[in-house]
Design a protein around this ligand. Structure first.
Ligand SMILES: NC(=O)c1ccc[n+]([C@@H]2O[C@H](COP(=O)([O-])OP(=O)(O)OC[C@H]3O[C@@H](n4cnc5c(N)ncnc54)[C@H](O)[C@@H]3O)[C@@H](O)[C@H]2O)c1
Length: 354
């Protein structure tokens, strides 16, 4: 938390400062620390004010607003998902977010969240796997080697000790880039020519592909007993990655059912199909993995509390740090009700001081 400052000033974490913060911390340490915040907020789940995100769909993508509050802090994230964007040099997912003080309603922090989303998604995936993946899992298949992929790989290494990675992407140059980016970080990496090859011998399968349709990245015959599936890329109506038959053989864990029923893999199932809310596994109210042969599926769509946790973590990290800029974001007239007077006083100032 930055030191007390003028009421008009809100700390802003730019992309550059976010990168420096991650690099100064070390990506794996950052992921581990962030994961403790995400897990803590899953444990505090019941006290959160929660709502399914507000999604504005268009032909090629979606723009979403994701709010959550624990009664003391409030956060929201703006995020988009446009799978075609990479063709025009843009990213599929970009984001920024705000953390506010509930008592005054004043913003405490404005932050880039494109990098932070990749980190929080990876941290959340790894926490879920900590509870759901087979014990001693060492090998992960990672299908879809785009922007999220290295973050996923590092989170699973940092939190679960995954050291063997099997990569596959429709575009071999994506796999090559992912492999090069992860070189020297302690992972044994195999580039595969198909999703079938990638899942061979994998204890955990992560899918993080982007396509605005009901894709079939994994078919039923590819999933053996005991595997944990971390399905990240199916996160919007009409945008899924798994064949329905896999769902019918799996124990399914979700973040917030009202959102996942619309956006997740389970949109392929009846609205009352039984699923387990992941927070209940974290609090011990429900069992996670209960047998060696069980197929567990974390049907991840990304929920607002995870962004809340990420912003809460960044806010704490800013204490004693200079990795933010001061933004003149909130109008602060000398007398609170004299907002127009502030405008008049500005007009009266000499042009040189403007
Ligand atoms: N669940 C969450 O919390 C969460 C958070 C962030 C992103 N996402 C989703 O994760 C997915 C990946 O995001 P990204 O930013 O890495 O996207 P990206 O566009 O950078 O990468 C996606 C990759 O998937 C590959 N791909 C597409 N179809 C494929 C197929 N059939 N087989 C193999 N590879 C295929 C593409 O070639 C590309 O390299 C997106 O769908 C995004 O919406 C989910």
């Amino acid at each position: 938390m930055p030191a007390e400052q003028n009421l008009n000033i809100v700390p802003f974490v730019s992309v550059e400062n976010m990168m420096d913060l991650v690099l100064a911390t070390g990506a794996e340490t950052f992921l581990r620390e962030l994961a403790t915040y995400v897990e803590e907020d899953f444990r505090r789940w019941e006290l959160f004010d929660k709502v399914a995100r507000i999604a504005s769909h268009s032909r090629d993508g979606v723009i979403e607003l994701m709010p959550a509050s624990d009664g003391q802090l409030y956060a929201f994230k703006y995020v988009n998902g446009h799978p075609k964007n990479t063709r025009s040099g843009r990213q599929t997912v970009t984001a920024f977010g705000v953390l506010s003080d509930v008592d005054s309603g004043y913003p405490l922090l404005l932050s880039e969240m494109t990098i932070l989303t990749a980190l929080r998604t990876a941290a959340t995936s790894a926490i879920a796997a900590k509870y759901l993946a087979p014990k001693g899992a060492k090998t992960m298949a990672l299908i879809g080697n785009g922007a999220q992929s290295e973050f996923q790989a590092l989170a699973f290494k940092a939190l679960l000790g995954i050291d063997n990675l099997r990569l596959y992407d429709l575009d071999p140059s994506a796999t090559e880039r992912c492999r090069n980016n992860l070189a020297g970080l302690g992972l044994t990496i195999t580039a595969c020519r198909s999703a079938e090859e990638a899942v061979e011998g994998a204890h955990i399968i992560t899918t993080a592909t982007a396509d605005k349709r009901n894709a079939t990245i994994l078919t039923d015959n590819m999933i053996g007993p005991g595997v944990h599936i971390n399905a990240v890329g199916g996160d919007s109506p009409g945008k899924t990655e798994l064949h329905r038959d896999i769902l019918l053989r799996s124990s399914i864990f979700v973040e917030y059912p009202p959102q996942t029923r619309v956006e997740g893999e389970i949109q392929q199932l009846p609205a009352d199909y039984p699923v387990t809310e992941f927070w209940q596994v974290v609090t011990g109210q429900k069992t996670g993995r209960d047998s060696d042969g069980q197929i567990t599926l974390f049907d991840s769509v990304g929920f607002a509390t995870e962004d809340f946790s990420a912003l809460r973590y960044i806010y704490d990290r800013l204490r004693g740090s200079n990795r933010f800029e001061n933004l003149d974001l909130v109008a602060d007239p000398d007398e609170p009700r004299d907002l127009f007077g502030m405008l008049l006083r500005r007009a009266a100032q000499p042009a040189t001081s403007k």
